[in-house]
Structures are given as structure tokens and as C-alpha cells.
Design a protein around this ligand. Structure first.
Ligand SMILES: [Zn+2]
Length: 225
């Protein structure tokens, strides 16, 4: 990453566009066949939707540790808990715990997909004594929940949900300080600039300021330089 702060897209399923520094998510099962640029920063993990329920935790740990050990992998995930799918939460949790172990072992942050399971995840963070940054991506919870996550040592990233009016994500974003969030496009295919413009408008600041502040925080907290 060069000295001039580019727009940082904290979580995307696409490869980065010009002028954008994007953390591209690749599934654990696809990493071997990843054909993108060698310097493309990646996060690797097993999405809760991809959990089969019969994973052997020790085997998964070794597999994930190996994949996440690649130099271009700078974060573990996305992983998480999702109460909107049929896969029992205990099965999802077993896989999530493996990601936490790898994240702590390799000292790489964790990207979290969470649907209606925030309390469970915050409990696990405390219970497991995890110290790596945990980032709830695509956050769209209430302002109160946003504060609770931050107070528990977690980070938040907002995506396309903030483009809608009268959305909970909008209210949460407005309630936060300018140094309390990241921005992302996720699987929307949108231009990250659009998300920055909207966030700047909601925060009554400029894209320039946001870009600098987010890049600075990103370096400090995620890259851990
Ligand atoms: Zn995603």
C-alpha cells in the first residue's frame, strides 16, 4: 500500500478496481485456484453458508492455518454465525471457533458475517479471550448495538445498506464517531466511491477526510504496523 491513501474497501468479493485498495474475500475451498494478482490482499475463510456441518475441527484448523498463512492473506474470514439459515448454530459455532484459533495463532484480524447472533459472538470473544481485531462486516444493526460492539472491542464496517434511506445502518452510522467505522462494497459490485460519498454526506464531512481517516486507522488496526 502506498503513502497516498486510496479508498479502502474493507470487504469485497470482487477484485480491486483502479485507485482502490480492496480486501478481497476468497473461500477456503477456492484459495488454491485463486487466479488474481499476487499482491491482491485477501481474506480467507469458510462462510457460514458454506458450512456442511461435518467438518473435523482439527483438520479444518490445519487447512485454514495453511491457507491463511499466505503472505497476501491479511485477515481470516469471512466466518460467523447466521440465525437465518438452517444449519444449526452449534455447527456454525464449531467452525467459527476454528477461525478464531487461526486468527489468534497467526495474529491476523477476523472478518465476521453476523445475522441476529451478535450477543453470541460478543460472548465468544470475551469467553475465548480473543485479542485480534474482530470486524463485523456489512453492519446494519441499531445504534445501541453498534456501541455495544465497539465497547466490546470489535470494529464495524458499513456497506451498501447505508445507501438506503430510513435504514438502521444509516442511523447507526450517524451515531458513530468518524473514527469508528470502515466501509465496504461486499458482493454488491458497486463502486466503493459511491459508499464513501454517501458516508461523507451522512457524517457531514468530505470524502477526502473519510479516506484519510479510514486509511490511517486501517494501517494501525488491521495491518497492525
Ligand atoms: Zn461478504
Amino acid at each position: 500500500m502506498n503513502a497516498t491513501p486510496t479508498l479502502i474497501d474493507l470487504h469485497t468479493h470482487q477484485s480491486a478496481k483502479t485507485g482502490v485498495w480492496a480486501l478481497q474475500n476468497v473461500s477456503l475451498y477456492d484459495i488454491e485456484n485463486f487466479s488474481g494478482r499476487e499482491d491482491q490482499p485477501l481474506s480467507v475463510g469458510l462462510h457460514p453458508w458454506k458450512v456442511r456441518g461435518n467438518e473435523d475441527p482439527d483438520r479444518l484448523y490445519e487447512q485454514l492455518k495453511f491457507a491463511a498463512g499466505y503472505q497476501q492473506v491479511i485477515a481470516v474470514g469471512e466466518t460467523g454465525l447466521d440465525k437465518s439459515i438452517e444449519m444449526p448454530l452449534e455447527k456454525q459455532e464449531a467452525v467459527f471457533r476454528v477461525h478464531v484459533r487461526v486468527s489468534e495463532k497467526l495474529q491476523k484480524p477476523l472478518i465476521i458475517h453476523c445475522v441476529r447472533a451478535y450477543q453470541e459472538i460478543l460472548f465468544l470473544r470475551k469467553n475465548l479471550g480473543a485479542v485480534q481485531p474482530w470486524i463485523f462486516h456489512g453492519f446494519s444493526g441499531s445504534a445501541q448495538l453498534a456501541r455495544q460492539c465497539i465497547d466490546s472491542g470489535c470494529l464495524l464496517s458499513f456497506g451498501p445498506a447505508i445507501l438506503k434511506d430510513h435504514n438502521r445502518a444509516v442511523h447507526s452510522l450517524i451515531s458513530l464517531g468518524i473514527d469508528e467505522f470502515f466501509l465496504e462494497t461486499d458482493d454488491s459490485g458497486l463502486d466503493i466511491a459511491e459508499i464513501y460519498e454517501r458516508a461523507a454526506l451522512l457524517k457531514q464531512t468530505t470524502v477526502e477526510v473519510l479516506r484519510e481517516r479510514i486509511a490511517e486507522r486501517f494501517h494501525k488496526i488491521i495491518i497492525q504496523e
